[in-house]
Design a binder for this molecule. Structure first.
Ligand code: NAD
Ligand code: ZN
Length: 359
């Protein structure tokens, strides 16, 4: 069976396109209880962008600090309960921020119409009812969360997405002007998520002409941005990275991620390490699996004077390493793609522990 995927319904791309938000959401304001909810990265509180949010007096603008932890099921449930209790069902929801805010917006749009805790819906196609109209406006490029059909949440039992067709945004606004203020270290790590998506999508059994077309174009853009003559953060590259992020996401939608994301999930689950940084920590040690990709990654690290910590595993206990390796091992679909259908003959929890011990 070939995957049958839904795409984002509408996309605006261009510098300054954020200004079209008011007009874009206007027709939706008649739905449900006639108000909009804006979920905004706390970074923008008090910044110029706050004044540009087209909120009407009846709307809610909620600022969220994404730094303490990645989005959780508990956080989504509390936000949902708060919104419903104060004003009922919104007409729509607009997320303005990075991958964390994209996931919060997607999850919340679904949970506003689905009863019970979001922990009940972590997995594929468990959501029962279509969510409300939702718009994604990324302010940092790389994760591809703006186009994926999953909203990754950490729950008490598992770190797993609410994954279904209704998760996908109805509208995205890709305005790279919003990414100009991203600090250089976050720019690099999040950009590398795109690079790693493309390498992992390509170097595995599920790659195909469709995933390769998006992935190769995204890789070409990454090379311009991180290695080209005009490498670094500048308006032209901000445009390119926003498109590379989208295309990297589309590439892996039609293929799969691999070893790096499997191990990165382990680091996230056990130590709460952030997705993009965790990927970078892992990827530098995966030369056995992605020789070309890792070589290129190291050139990028050097070019941008990024030094990743090493010797981390000295501080980890055997139990922690086994726990991470077990989380990674259980991501069977990633190993199947990266290593092949006979992956269980080659990959064991002990082997994965060995990879963690390199860090
Ligand atoms: P993020 O949303 O966690 O933000 C990272 C940091 O950048 C934060 O400190 C934030 O305040 C700051 N920031 C964002 N925009 C900024 C701007 N314009 N100027 C200054 N600072 C800015 O970052 P992320 O790396 O984009 O997202 C990580 C999250 O995405 C994780 O929770 C991960 O699980 C999720 N993710 C989801 C998918 C998916 O398909 N749904 C894929 C990959 C990652
Ligand atoms: Zn990723």
């Amino acid at each position: 069976m070939h995957k049958n995927f839904k795409s984002i319904e509408k996309t605006v791309f261009g510098r300054g396109s954020f200004n079209q938000l008011d007009e874009i959401i206007a027709p939706k304001r008649v739905e449900n209880n006639g108000f909009m909810v804006f979920i905004v990265d706390n970074y923008f509180k008090g910044k110029e962008l706050e004044k540009r949010i087209p909120a009407k007096p009846e709307d809610m603008v909620l600022f969220i600090d994404v730094d303490p932890h990645e989005p959780t099921t508990e956080q989504i449930d509390a936000l949902r309960d708060g919104i419903l209790a104060s004003k009922g069902l919104p007409s729509g929801l607009v997320g303005i921020g990075g991958g964390s805010i994209m996931d919060i917006a997607k999850a919340l749009a679904l949970m506003l119409t689905n009863e019970g805790s979001s922990t009940l819906y972590q997995g594929l196609n468990l959501i029962k009812k279509q969510g409300i109209y939702h718009v994604g406006i990324p302010t940092i490029s790389g994760t591809g969360a703006e186009c994926s059909m999953t909203a990754v949440l950490t729950g008490p039992e598992k770190k797993l997405g609410l994954k279904c067709e209704w998760t996908i945004f109805d509208q995205v606004i890709l305005d790279s002007e919003l990414t100009a203020s991203v600090p250089v270290d976050k720019w690099f790590y999040t950009g590398m998520d795109t690079f790693i998506h493309c390498i992992e999508s390509r170097d595995g059994i599920l790659n195909n002409a469709y995933s390769m077309a998006y992935g190769e174009q995204s890789l070409k853009l990454c090379r311009d941005i991180f290695l080209g003559e005009n490498a670094g953060q500048n308006p032209e590259n901000d445009d390119k990275l926003m498109v590379a992020s989208l295309m990297g996401g589309l590439s892996l939608t039609y293929s799969e991620v691999g070893v790096c994301h499997a191990l990165s999930y382990g680091l996230g689950k056990v130590f709460g390490e952030k997705h993009c940084f965790a990927n970078c920590l892992v990827f530098q040690h995966l030369g056995d699996y992605y020789p070309e990709g890792v070589k290129e990654f190291k050139v990028m690290l050097e070019k941008h004077h990024v030094e990743l910590p090493t010797g981390l595993s000295n501080k980890w206990t055997d139990a922690e390493i086994t726990e991470m390796a077990t989380v990674a091992f259980n991501l069977a679909h990633m190993w199947n793609h990266a290593v092949g259908t006979d992956w269980k003959d080659k990959i064991t929890v002990e082997r994965i522990e060995g990879l963690y011990r390199r860090m």
